[in-house]
Design a binder for this molecule. Structure first.
Ligand code: CA
Length: 716
């Protein structure tokens, strides 16, 4: 008894020390101040705070702090670092309020940190079932949390919305936002408007009918839901918007409402309190090929659109469709910015987006009317945007009804989710842009499989075409990445800097005249906002996707960024020799905070205990089985393990696994032996024969690599 009492006293004392440290590190009673954060605070945060995903409701990702500036940024160094102990994509923007930082990491985990020291105050693990990795096209990342009146809100990969006490991390409620029999996911950050937590979802190709929902921040009760695409035409449409949308879809052999139809609004939002409009970006159609979901054509509202909704009711006020009748996976979910710009001698209230389709749009955000649109990346699918109708002038060869089409941008987009930034002083928008080539070949016959990745694209044929091109000495051009400074008034590029790889991080602009951003190669840099000149750089030893942010404590300015590579480009693309992974052999995630006079240089973490390159077991399968194995592989495995079973290292490279793995395919793929790491059982989708065929295909790739290492055939 005595011993127990002593332990209890010890715990109380430790608790007291802990609380006083928090108080010292982060001003007096930070959580009391966080309890007052509401819509007024988020609309106009204090300069030292960053209260919503894009800092405030305008989503400009511009910090008014200027202590770190073009003159002294060369002295920037590491203030502290925090290990997330994750090896998958880190995509979140940290939220900082009153000296407390809130971040989310892979698998929707949440951490509260003392923003001055990096000390962990609490952590929360929603225990997302490993099986949900199967339903996530683009890794198990999470783009951040939202805060409101003393609570932290996170959407989880398996479609839940959780409210946590900001001071303790204890869940207040945990609700499901989805039909759990379907493969919906949440990777985006919630936004909180007028006491409502707004969150959408992903999962278009799998079986999702995309929607955005509003939940009471206090109770978690669903207040409204807006579907992006119409449901079963035999049933009455949910509202006038759905009745109008229904007229733009056509029925075919594959009934779109049984496949979901897509449109998933999986990331971007913004809010204008004066106009009382909530803006939501929507995703691509599913399957990608319009012929397979709406064979007689049609715009297929509201795919690939910017929607303006009434936040209290979810009523549609206006929409602008960037890619009518999308057939190229051209989501319009990229980050959106609200700004007031001088256009034609008048200050216009605009909304800005550079979606995947390669055009930079400036719209009147009150009416949705097009002000201007010009290409910001190499575009071949359309010649331009018709100024009168606001519609693209399509290149007829780009629609791959029956034949193949080569299209730029690729399905990865001229710009993906990685956020842009807007600097009101320079008037420029900074875009993490890409130039890539997409090859689209219709899958014949198309077979819809619920909860699988149904693109309608024939990846076996695409791979064959790419390999053929490589063999004839004409490989497709590599994807290129840039930071582009874009003038949204004149619709012209002002400067650009090339990046090492194509799949890079989001951006931050500051009043210090700086633009910050990281790359696949792990370099995190500061650029002169006016010229693009590189003024400072540090190697964080891990590829960077997440956008940086800035905050201040006790008058000192900090820059913070999460480093941890992955996502669509990190998982499934060709091996990127520029990626930090190739150099350091680890993708363990960290949050870095920087201040003037901080420590120079970052020590690499120990490389993960990786795969061992031993000679793979002999091949016994015939060529037809290997080919079938590739077909099955691309539909079920490739989004995580790469189109050629050649992962970047974010997940294991299947070609160089330990010998025991080759003998355990059934146990892993059917038995779910590695589910805790995200490799779930595929027993519901695959037979033993399928698994044998997958193994035969992967083994053929392993031998190709082994032979290449011995100096025989070149491997692709
Ligand atoms: Ca998409």
């Amino acid at each position: 008894m005595k011993r127990i009492r002593l332990l209890r006293i010890g715990t109380v004392l430790l608790g007291a020390v802990y609380m006083s440290n928090v108080a010292q590190g982060a001003a007096n009673d930070p959580f009391k101040n966080i309890a007052t954060i509401d819509g007024t605070s988020i609309a106009n945060p204090k300069p030292e705070d960053w209260l919503s995903n894009g800092r405030d409701y305008r989503e400009q990702r511009f910090s008014p702090l200027a202590a770190i500036n073009t003159g002294n940024v060369k002295d920037l160094g590491v203030a502290w670092e925090f290990r997330t102990h994750s090896v998958r994509a880190l995509e979140a923007t940290p939220i900082v309020a009153n000296g407390v930082m809130f971040i989310s990491s892979a698998w929707s985990k949440v951490f509260a940190l003392d923003a001055k020291t990096g000390r962990q105050l609490w952590s929360y693990d929603p225990h997302v079932p490993g099986v949900w990795a199967r339903y996530a096209c683009c890794d198990v990342g999470n783009r951040g949390v939202a805060i409101w009146k003393g609570a932290v809100y996170v959407g989880t990969l398996d479609g839940r919305l959780v409210k946590l006490d900001a001071a303790t991390g204890k869940p207040a409620w945990d609700i499901s936002t989805i039909d759990r029999s379907k493969a919906y996911t949440i990777t985006g950050a919630p936004r909180i408007v007028k006491g409502l937590v707004i969150i959408g979802n992903g999962g278009a190709e799998y079986d999702a009918r995309g929607y955005v929902g509003a939940y009471d921040a206090q109770s978690g009760k669903l207040r409204w839901r807006f579907y992006v695409v119409p449901g079963d035409p035999a049933r009455p449409p949910e509202n006038a918007a759905m009745a109008a949308a229904l007229k733009t879809w056509s029925r075919g052999k594959f009934e779109w409402w049984k496949m979901g139809g897509g449109g998933a609004p999986w990331d971007s939002m913004a809010f204008d309190p004066t106009l009382d409009l909530l803006y939501v970006g929507t995703g691509n159609g599913a399957p990608w090929n319009r012929n397979m979901r709406s064979p007689a054509g049609g715009d297929n509202l509201y795919l690939s659109s910017i929607l303006a909704l009434r936040p209290e009711t979810g009523q549609l006020v206006w929409y602008y469709q960037t890619t009518p009748g999308d057939t190229w996976d051209f989501d319009s979910t990229s980050h959106m910015i609200l700004a007031d710009l001088p256009i034609g001698g008048v200050t216009r209230k605009v909304i800005i987006q550079a979606p995947k389709n390669g055009f930079f749009y400036v719209l009147d955000r009150e009416t949705g009317k097009l002000i201007s649109a010009k290409r910001y990346a190499v575009v071949t699918w359309a010649k331009g945007i018709d100024q009168t109708t606001g519609r693209p002038i399509e290149n007829p060869a780009a629609r791959y009804g029956n034949g193949a089409a080569v299209v730029m941008p690729s399905e990865t987009g001229g710009h993906n989710w990685q956020p842009m930034a807007f600097d009101p002083a320079t008037g420029l928008v900074y875009i993490p842009a890409m130039d890539g080539t997409g090859l689209f070949v219709p899958q014949k016959p198309f077979v819809y499989e619920p909860r699988a990745w149904n693109t309608g694209n024939d990846f076996a044929a695409i791979t064959g075409a790419i390999l053929g091109a490589v063999k004839t000495g004409k490989p497709p051009p590599p994807s290129l990445g840039y930071i582009k400074a874009w003038d949204p008034v004149t619709q012209k590029e002002v400067w650009h800097v090339p990046m090492a790889g194509s799949w890079n991080g989001g951006l931050l602009a500051t009043a210090g005249g700086l633009v910050f951003g990281g790359g696949a190669d792990g370099n995190f840099s500061a650029y002169d906002a006016r010229s693009g000149g590189k003024l400072w750089s540090i190697d964080l030893t891990t590829g960077i996707l997440a956008p940086p942010m800035s905050y201040a404590i006790d008058g000192e300015q900090y820059i913070a960024v999460l480093a941890g590579w992955g996502g669509a480009g990190g998982l499934s693309a060709f091996k990127d020799p520029h990626a930090a992974l190739s150099k350091y052999g680890t993708n363990e995630g960290r949050l870095f905070a920087f201040r003037l006079g901080g420590r120079q240089g970052v020590a690499a973490l120990p490389a993960e205990e990786g795969n061992i390159a031993v000679e793979p077991p002999p091949e016994t399968a015939d060529a037809a089985t290997v080919q079938r194995g590739f077909d099955v592989f691309h539909r079920n495995c490739s989004v995580c393990h790469g189109f050629f079973a050649q992962s970047e290292g974010v997940v294991p490279d299947l070609r160089t696994v330990r010998s025991a793995i080759w003998d355990s395919y059934d146990a892993i793929v059917l038995g779910g032996a590695l589910v805790d790491g995200g490799m779930a059982s595929f027993k519901d989708a695959l037979s033993k024969n399928d698994v044998a065929a997958i193994r035969a295909y992967v083994l053929s790739q392993a031998h190709a690599l082994w032979d290449a290492k011995k100096g025989k055939q070149p491997a692709h």
